[in-house]
Design a protein around this ligand. Structure first.
Ligand code: AMP
Length: 112
């Protein structure tokens, strides 16, 4: 499967459609999920075009990977989730329930 630019997160990255931004870094963008499954539900996506976490781990360079996970921690700090606890999830493929085929993680917390 090849990355298909016709996905909603690619359009968000290109500012074709808006998002409710939490933060943005050189390699990552974090924004609130439009249909939250927890009290706090944030998505973190890399700016590079990767289909899923497998593709990202395999093909992103070390700076992209490092700064992506640093951005995830920045979201946690910014929203005060560290002391409360949270989940990180990533769905992969049809069997994993993935709907948007641009790699993303879900950060979820029911306490904040
Ligand atoms: P997944 O099933 O892991 O691919 O999750 C995709 C997520 O993207 C779902 O939780 C959707 O609610 C969310 N989503 C879809 N469109 C948007 C959008 N325009 N802005 C923010 N989140 C979105």
């Amino acid at each position: 499967m090849k990355y298909n630019q016709n996905n909603i997160f690619f359009k968000i990255l290109n500012k074709e459609i808006p998002c409710n931004k939490v933060l943005e870094t050189k390699h990552a963008l974090a924004f609130y999920d439009i249909s939250p499954k927890a009290k706090t539900h944030v998505l973190v996506i890399p700016k590079g075009s990767y289909i899923d976490i497998y593709d990202f781990n395999k093909n992103a360079n070390s700076e992209e990977i490092l700064l992506f996970w640093q951005a995830a921690n920045l979201v946690v700090e910014k929203l005060g989730l560290k002391s409360l606890g949270y989940q990180i999830k990533s769905n992969i493929g049809d069997g994993g329930g993935q709907e948007v085929f641009h790699f993303h993680i879900h950060i979820l917390s029911d306490l904040a």
